[in-house]
Design a protein around this ligand. Sequence first.
Ligand code: NOJ
Length: 768
Amino acid sequence: MKIKPITYSILIVSFLLFVGCNTTTNKTSSSTIKESDLIDQKVDSILKLMTLEEKIGQMNQYNGFWEITGPAPKDGQAAKKYEDLKKGLVGSMLNVKGAKDVYTLQKIAVEETRLGIPLLFGFDVIHGYKTISPIPLAEAASWDLDAIKNSAAIAAEEAAAVGINWTFAPMVDISRDARWGRVMEGAGEDPFLGSKIAEARIKGFQGEDLSSKKTVLACAKHFAGYGFAEAGRDYNTVDVGEQTLQNIILPPFKASVDAGVRTFMNSFNDLNGIPATGNKMLQRDILKGDWNFNGFIVSDWGSINEMIAHGYAKDSENAAEIAVNAGSDMDMESYAYVTYLKKLIDEGKVKETDVDDAARRILRTKFELGLFENPYKYCDEAYEKATVGKKEFHEGVLDIAKKSIVLLKNDDNLLPLQKSGKKIALIGALANDKTSPLGSWRIGADDETAVSVLEGMNAYEGNQLTYAKGADVALGRTQFMWETKINETDTSEFSKAITIAKNADVVVMVLGEHGLQTGEGRSRADLGLPGVQQQLLEAIYKVNKNIVLVLNNGRPLAIPWAKDNVPAIVEAWHLGTQSGNAIAQVLYGDYNPSGKLPMTFPRNVGQVPLYYNYKNTGRPVLNEPESVFWSHYIDEKNTPLYAFGYGLSYSKFEYSNLTLSKKTFQHGEKITVSITLKNNSNTKGKEVVQLYIRDLVASYTRPVKELKDFKMIELNPQETKRISFEINEELLSFYTKNKKWETEPGAFKIFIGGSSDNTLEDQIQFLK
Ligand code: NOJ
């Protein structure tokens, strides 16, 4: 007998409600065994009802962009997508926004398909949906895990209110190459800081309870190696050794699994000869095997079919076979699974049990979200209206924006600015830009919705503020909506800026990259100020040296001239919706900056990749080099412009008196290392105290310094505190020649300081 679709849906829902009647809602990492077992039972019972095609359908994700008036996708695949959706051949959609549109599509899945299985709706909620937080690299500069978690929680709550139940974030790729446009989306160059931030962001997005209306699935991406693209060019080949893969690239992904992340995204790149999307070692052996991950893996956009261009698959059918066998569970926009998987199973090239496993993983997350109980829980238009852009969200993103700012230079205490009686010239097109601070990953936010620096500074009325743009940075959108051209030649507005600078007590210059000059597909071969801005800076300097340079950028910049000449430099990244208010509060001293760089700033693009945790080499830096035969450049220093971990404050922090509770320790024991931190100023402030360690001799060469812990300490004027860290065996471990994480006995250097290049140090010994 043929059962009508709607009857099946009712059967499933009634059955599931019956099975679930004595339990609380589904939790994520905090699941009790009983709850997760129960979800598994429910998933198994649905799987039994599903045809092979329907299981494959769960593994299929289509892009949205639907007409508001009806479910009609606009692109060429429209008709097929619509038919596939009705046949139950779609498990998830991405890029559908708004409770109303999500409802329209969910209704088709629930009411018009045979089994009524609800859809997942994915979206790149990278640093906010409509109320935009700082770019992730900026947030990483806060080193404030609670604030970062809170920022992700705001993003999740707002995104969930517009119908989204899955964000493609956090990006946990480590990168050492500032040329790569996507460094703005990560947490910088360090695996320890990156792991802590990955955990904070995942916990912020997913909360304690995924079935809550305020949380969404998180997605650790891009698994793996994407941040090591050769020459920093996006999508380029990645060739890294096992030591770099295990000790640098993988730790934030492992931390993501430990934090309970429910999904992973694989990546576009070739990793040591095998595209990540078809990489079994990464997906089946490490992630699903060694790490026991029971969520699912989505491909990156079209990355299954891209294996053809990589020269790894001969056609789309072959690509589907490789990807599924390697453990990729869901196909984003290649149409390869939905087209070929059944045939591949019939021919014995793919195991049906692998399809069952993938469908099981995907269905499990739908249960965890509570979608079977209420598929429309994210589709409430009244709630959407009341939630999007809430006052609390703006307060939250302002808070993290202030915390993300890094004070790079402040000669003669030029900052903070006096609040009255001064003539201030504000110069730079970016100072009056209400779109750039939103960055390039903010598909849910409208242009012109950020607070500009001009607006932020205008709120302080005691000074006489004049503004001139000096020169454009961006020249409007190209044919690609998310791209902008750079002004490389036009200096015709310089003279107006020079005139106002001449008459000012202080010149505030906002220079750097437009938000659309960073992000995916926006690698740069030059790390200077784009376009004519360096020329503008030097022209202004000729008439007024009292310059506060406020940088807006999504990556480290190489700006040696500015460091040598400009008295005050503030790194203000792309700070999101509240950007101008955050910057003004820092400039006027209503907020004392405490950010520290999460990524090394080079002097020269030729030094890149440049990072603090480098290896010593056999011919390291000599203090007084007397020969040419050591590891260096003949035309540039080895050292960075600004080091990882560096950042000043309006307070003056002093480190002294490093002590160790003992010099040697063994398995099961620990050593306490302490320093004295003094705030030798009259301004209350916060300092990130950083602990680094060096393994002096090991079975593999080890970096000269590795971050192992940090603490954010707040001190009153002239206050002094002892700050301690505990060192145990685990802290000293790395991926050894035995192919596991362990600690080798021997001597270790311990460093504590306020920057990776300015530390107190001592030495300890670990005895087995
Ligand atoms: C491609 C990007 O690499 C990925 O990070 C993103 O989530 C997808 N596109 C979907 O937009």
